[in-house]
Design a binder for this molecule. Structure first.
Ligand SMILES: NC(=O)c1ccc[n+]([C@@H]2O[C@H](COP(=O)([O-])OP(=O)(O)OC[C@H]3O[C@@H](n4cnc5c(N)ncnc54)[C@H](O)[C@@H]3O)[C@@H](O)[C@H]2O)c1
Length: 277
């Protein structure tokens, strides 16, 4: 149900690849809530996915932009300013690890790939935010949100160098949140989402087992992509104007759990289980 929470607000949404993407759901919900926004992704992802269908649905356009490339970002921000004047919300929904893709484990990383992981999944958040600030492109009380994962705080088997990227991402939200808040009253936060079956999510080693585990461990169960979109809407809205520099867990309670009855019951059934290194 829509409440016009984003009526009159303008934004940019990074990272919708296909209809499983969290950014796709956020775009659909933002449109329902009355926002206008640009969609953006890399040229390759624009070809591989079907972001044009989303653009049609949301009555908008797609702008090609590699979020690691300052030239692309500058064009995007200037285009958004020309179209909308100042902007009210940004979703950074971007993640990729070449090490994960190539199945290189954490103690045998390729360092060129490691740089790429950090650049795409974390530094791009700094670059986007810095470009917005450089062009004074955000309205006061505007909201910049990036998506994170609990592997920033806790080690999870198989999450690999993406854990380091998420720790950096969350730190950038705090560091930039201070400066942007102080100077322009712009909010910067990360939302730490449950494991979710998307294209990026499917790249995580053992995602099915992981999702079963987090479902059993979370008193409210895993949060879905649609529920994540709802949370993003509240963060873009005026209802959360004093929330900044936070990493906000959206995970059904998982991050505060140690052991649940449901998980213990399952674990007890398989004490002799063989764990792959
Ligand atoms: N799926 C999960 O389990 C989960 C859980 C917590 C957090 N997240 C985070 O949510 C975000 C969105 O991922 P998703 O699960 O919707 O998967 P997804 O694969 O649909 O989205 C990832 C997006 O990143 C984009 N991208 C990659 N390199 C880019 C670049 N250089 N410039 C611009 N865009 C680029 C891809 O094109 C894609 O659209 C990511 O930050 C991911 O780490 C996902």
């Amino acid at each position: 149900m829509a409440h016009n929470l984003l009526k009159g607000k303008k934004g940019i949404i990074f990272g919708a690849l296909n209809d499983m993407s969290i950014a796709w759901k956020v775009a659909e919900r933002s449109y329902e809530e009355g926002a206008e926004f640009l969609l953006t992704n890399t040229p390759v992802s624009m070809r591989l996915g079907n972001i044009d269908d989303l653009a049609k649905k949301c009555n908008t356009e797609v702008v090609a932009c590699d979020a690691t490339n300052n030239g692309d970002l500058e064009k995007l921000v200037l285009l958004a300013k020309e179209k909308y004047g100042k902007i009210d919300f940004i979703l950074h929904s971007i993640g990729m690890s070449p090490n994960v893709r190539k199945k290189l484990v954490y103690d045998k990383l390729n360092y060129d790939y490691y740089h790429k992981t950090l650049d795409i999944s974390a530094l791009s958040f700094h670059k986007v935010t810095a470009m917005l600030k450089k062009h004074d492109a955000m309205n006061e009380w505007g909201s910049i949100v990036a998506l994170s994962y609990v592997a920033a705080q806790r080690t999870l088997y198989g999450y690999n160098d993406m854990a380091d990227a998420k720790a950096l991402l969350e730190s950038i939200a705090r560091s930039f949140g201070y400066i942007y808040g102080r100077e322009k009253k712009v909010r910067v936060n990360t939302i730490s989402q449950s494991p979710t079956l998307t294209t990026a999510g499917s790249g995580v080693k053992g995602i099915d087992g992981l999702m079963d585990f987090t479902e059993r461990m979370s008193p409210l169960g895993n949060a879905t992509a649609d529920e994540c979109a709802d949370y993003c809407i509240t963060m873009f809205s005026d209802l959360t104007r004093k929330v900044t520099m936070q990493n906000l867990f959206h995970d059904g309670g998982f991050s505060s759990m140690g052991m649940s009855l449901k998980a213990m019951t399952q674990y007890g059934k398989s004490l002799d289980m063989d764990i792959e290194e």
